[in-house]
Ligand binder design. Structure first.
Ligand code: BG6
Length: 462
């Protein structure tokens, strides 16, 4: 059979997930509390249908079955995260042996089934006690994170070679400190900038520590949600709006992580508005000397922007949105369930940008996917006929393929996600998995896309 889209030998086929979203067992196995456990206890109404993180998809008890399912659909790689609050309850000090056993078991099970684990250290889930100390606003928490990273490298680095410091570090900044969709629900750009900055310092410290461990074929990187900022038009005012949106939402992490320094224009804007974070002597060298080896790119939707229609309210809090308005392009293609635009070519534009401006760093699509509400509508003969998801993946893969043909250094594609999982405020509202999960019985059932991806992974193309 001739394939129209053949991917390079060894291409990484798999999926991604995170600890809090699948493990469940939130109060078992000696796990400490994280901010999600706490926020749900305080305000369960903020979670879709009041569903909290306590049991989620029960991976903690069902990982063996899940690894078999991954194998069945052709995964050769899988990205998971470690729950900091499970491994080190409270965030500092003694390691929880039950957690060590659990993560060892998962890693060993994956390896025994020829699935390479990619391990991420932080996916939005700050241990509660550290949040109460100030979370990422606190430099002491940065040091605690570096210690946690060392513990993880030491425990699992003999078998795990691909490590990631953070998943989408801008999301806790936006959610927790600007737009009120994560705990601690603060609206304050100066504090947001501090959180963003300290996250990058924590990243660099973890990279620095990683270099002292002799991990075979070891690579360490970061996973960023890169969202190209497309201007409404070529009008200079629209172009400026898109450039500034790009500075705030992409380059704020991409530049320090890959190039080792912040963009001067971003520094200037923050300085002009009195929003610069506190820094310490030695930080810029630390960033410069500890750039990422590998970059995970999460891509769901583009950002479209235009020049502002109205001046910002001078009495309102300073926001990145003082410099641009979001633009709803007429005729855009939408995923109406999640409310996100679908623009497949975005994946290509990101890769070309990495090639041209970021040294063509080794990268991969670490998340891409389509969340759909009420998927039971598409149930036929016991399986969800998610043709829309197959189309979504196929069309994105075509653009990724094109980028690779043009020399981009993209090594794989991971779907968000393997099985339906719990999401931060949306809980089980939007389903993303190759496998559906019955949230009562926790039973897993393949969707049509599971059969499709099996073929694509095994053929290494389509
Ligand atoms: C990414 C995150 O932002 O998108 C995941 O890394 C998240 O944790 C995924 O679940 C999908 O977004 P959502 O909000 O629909 O769950």
């Amino acid at each position: 059979m001739t394939l129209q889209y053949k991917f390079p030998e060894g291409f990484w086929w798999g999926s991604a997930t995170s600890a809090t979203q699948i493990e469940g067992a939130a109060n078992e196995g000696g796990k400490g509390k994280n901010i999600w456990d706490h926020w749900y206890e305080k305000e369960s109404n903020r979670f879709f249908e009041n569903v909290g993180p306590e049991s989620t998809s029960d991976f903690y008890h069902r990982y063996k079955e899940d690894v078999q399912l991954m194998k069945q659909i052709g995964h050769n790689t899988f990205r998971m995260s470690i729950s900091w609050a499970r491994l080190i309850p409270g965030g500092r000090g003694a390691v929880n042996q039950e957690a060590v056993t659990f993560y060892n078991n998962v890693i060993n099970e994956l390896l025994a089934n020829d699935i390479e684990p990619f391990v991420n250290l932080f996916h939005f889930d700050m241990p509660l006690e550290l949040q109460q100390e100030g979370g990422w606003e606190s430099r002491a928490v940065v040091d605690a994170y570096a210690e946690y990273a060392k513990v993880a490298f030491g425990l699992f680095g003999d078998r795990v070679s691909k490590w990631f410091t953070f998943n989408e570090p801008i999301v806790p900044v936006e959610g927790g400190y600007l737009y009120d969709f994560h705990y601690p629900n603060i609206v304050d750009a100066r504090r947001a900038a501090q959180v963003a900055y300290h996250t990058m310092i924590a990243h660099a410290k973890a990279v620095e520590a990683f270099r002292t461990f002799n991990i075979q074929d070891g690579k360490i990187g970061i996973i960023l949600n890169l969202t190209p900022s497309y201007p409404r038009s070529q009008n200079p005012a629209d172009l400026k709006a898109s450039r500034i949106a790009d500075l705030f939402f992409n380059r704020s992490f991409l530049d320090p992580a890959v190039l080792g320094a912040y963009p001067q224009e971003l520094i200037n804007i923050l300085r002009e508005h009195g929003q610069l974070p506190t820094t310490e002597k030695g930080d810029s060298d630390l960033l410069k000397e500890n750039t990422a080896d590998i970059l995970g790119v999460n891509y769901y939707q583009p950002r479209r922007v235009k020049a502002k229609d109205h001046l910002p309210n001078p009495y309102g809090p300073f926001m990145p949105d003082w410099f641009f308005d979001n633009y709803e392009m007429p005729g855009r293609k939408m995923n109406p369930y999640r409310g996100w635009e679908i623009y497949e070519k975005g994946i290509y534009d990101i890769m070309i940008n990495l090639k041209e401006n970021y040294g063509n760093i080794e990268s991969f699509i670490s998340e891409n996917g389509m969340g759909v509400q009420d998927e039971e509508r598409f149930l036929e003969d016991g399986e969800i006929q998610d043709d829309y998801r197959i189309d979504f993946i196929r069309e994105h893969l075509k653009w990724l393929h094109q980028a690779i043909e043009e020399g981009c250094n993209a090594k794989g594609y991971h779907l968000w996600t393997f099985m339906d999982n719990w999401s931060w405020m949306n809980a089980y509202k939007n389903r993303y998995g190759f496998f559906s999960v019955d949230i009562k019985t926790k039973e897993r059932t393949p969707k049509k896309s599971a059969h499709w991806i099996k073929r694509v992974s095994e053929d290494n193309g389509f």
